[in-house]
Each structure stands twice: as structure tokens, then as C-alpha cells.
Design a protein around this ligand. Sequence first.
Ligand code: 3AM
Length: 183
Amino acid sequence: GYSRPMHRLFVAIRPPAPVRSALLSLAGGVEGARWQDDEQLHLTLRFIGDVDRHRANDIADLLGGIRFTPFDVRIEGVGSFDRRGVVDTLWAGVQPREALAQLHRKVDRACARAGLPPEGRAYLPHVTLARFGRGGALVDAFLAVHAGLAGPSFRVDGFTLFESRLGHDGARYEAVADYRADG
Ligand code: 3AM
């Protein structure tokens, strides 16, 4: 039959290398965690999910129409997401949130123009540090130890459309297109 390959996409910011190093140095002290490697670290602006090539091209074009002024953010604090009461994700927070939320809304509107349904869930800027297959132990200790995390700051002067491909050891992320801020 006729195959129509789907692309699993998301839009994210890649923190610069010194910030990624600082985040990688947090790994450890938690049982059952699969720590993200350098290539996997990102700050998601919008998860898109599976789209066909036609829609992927539309999204890529519409993202190119986004205008924003560069802004600075910093890594601050840690947190976790639960799924059915079991810890699923460990992350580092990013502050201040307002400029990121604004950029998120612009990306969301571009996605809406491409025909995607609104995302629904509230946007909480974060960089995932680790994922858990079946929950983790010592997560509360990690959260307590790093509660006061004050990581390096960095300038957000662009964002990237990524394709997520499932590999042998988790998802691999491939940059599809880069978008620069104004000025
Ligand atoms: O930036 P993080 O690591 O929090 O968890 C996935 C990852 O988020 C998330 O999209 C990012 C790139 O894969 N993701 C995966 N499936 C998702 C879904 N169905 C999802 N986010 C929302 N809904």
C-alpha cells in the first residue's frame, strides 16, 4: 500500500554547552532513573506529536513567521512530574517564566494555524533531566538536595523544530530547522 511516513515533532530551545554541562553534573543519586545525555537536553516550547510531511512543512513555514526579541533565562530549582502517582520525569526549572510563556503562545498559535488542536495542558518551562520506566527511589532526596539550584543563565536567541526518533536507548532528537530571534 501507499505509505505516508509520520514525523514526531516538537519545538524546543537548546541551552548552550555550559548550561548543559551544569545540568549533566546533576545526574546521580536516584534509583531507576535514565539520565538524559547532552544531545537530549532541551527546553520544550511545544510538543507537536505525529504529523505527516505536508503538515510538517506547513508548521516549519509558520514557525518562520514568529518574531521575538532575545531574552535571558536561568536554571532555577528542580521538580518532578508524576503519572498515575508514580514519578515519571525529573526536571530543572527555568525562570523567569513570562517571556518563555509568551514565546510558547506564539508557537502555539503557529501550530493552530497549521491545523493542530490546542495543546490543552498548562505550560511549565523545564529541562528534563531524567525519565523513569517504572518509578524511582530517592527522588524526594534529590528534590530536597537541589531545591535551591541556581544554575547558569543564558540568552534565548532562537528555537529549533526537532524530530523525535525512537532509538535503542530512548528517544534521539534531530534538529529539523532553526529559527532566530530578531536583533
Ligand atoms: O521536554 P520534555 O522532556 O518534558 O516528554 C516529551 C518531551 O518533553 C514530550 O515532548 C518532549 C519531546 O519528546 N512529550 C512526548 N509525548 C508527549 C505527549 N503526548 C509529550 N508532551 C505532551 N504530550
